[in-house]
Design a binder for this molecule. Structure first.
Ligand SMILES: [Zn+2]
Length: 115
């Protein structure tokens, strides 16, 4: 069932196109084999390929908009600092304590750069 959800609903797309006034032609798309449509202006097009292309464009846009800014890095650094403090709490080996403290210092320094 899940795979079907991911698929493009061809029947619905075709119905939508016809509602818009386009008609289904006897020709088929050379790329995907989907029946070609013709809009009111006489332009032939493949709904399936067009939908795929639109989806790709949307995904590309989402990637650009997605938070890859400093905001995200800060969260990662915060998590690491939190983790290290927890480690520090249960650590009794002096060498390890020094190591963890150094790591925390480095992360705090990094964080101040991100801010
Ligand atoms: Zn096509």
């Amino acid at each position: 069932m899940k795979d079907r959800e991911k698929e493009i609903d061809i029947v619905k797309i075709a119905a939508d196109e016809m509602l818009k006034g386009s008609k289904m032609l006897g020709e088929h798309c050379k790329v995907c084999g989907f029946p070609l449509f013709q809009d009111r202006k006489g332009n032939k097009y493949c709904v399936y390929c067009r939908t795929l292309k639109e989806r790709e464009e949307k995904e590309v846009k989402r990637e650009i908009v997605s938070p890859s800014s400093g905001d995200n890095y800060e969260k990662i650094v915060d998590k690491k600092i939190e983790y290290l403090f927890k480690r520090l709490e249960g650590e009794y080996d002096v060498a390890r304590i020094v190591e963890i403290t150094e790591a925390i210092k480095a992360l705090l320094k990094l964080k101040s750069k991100l801010e």
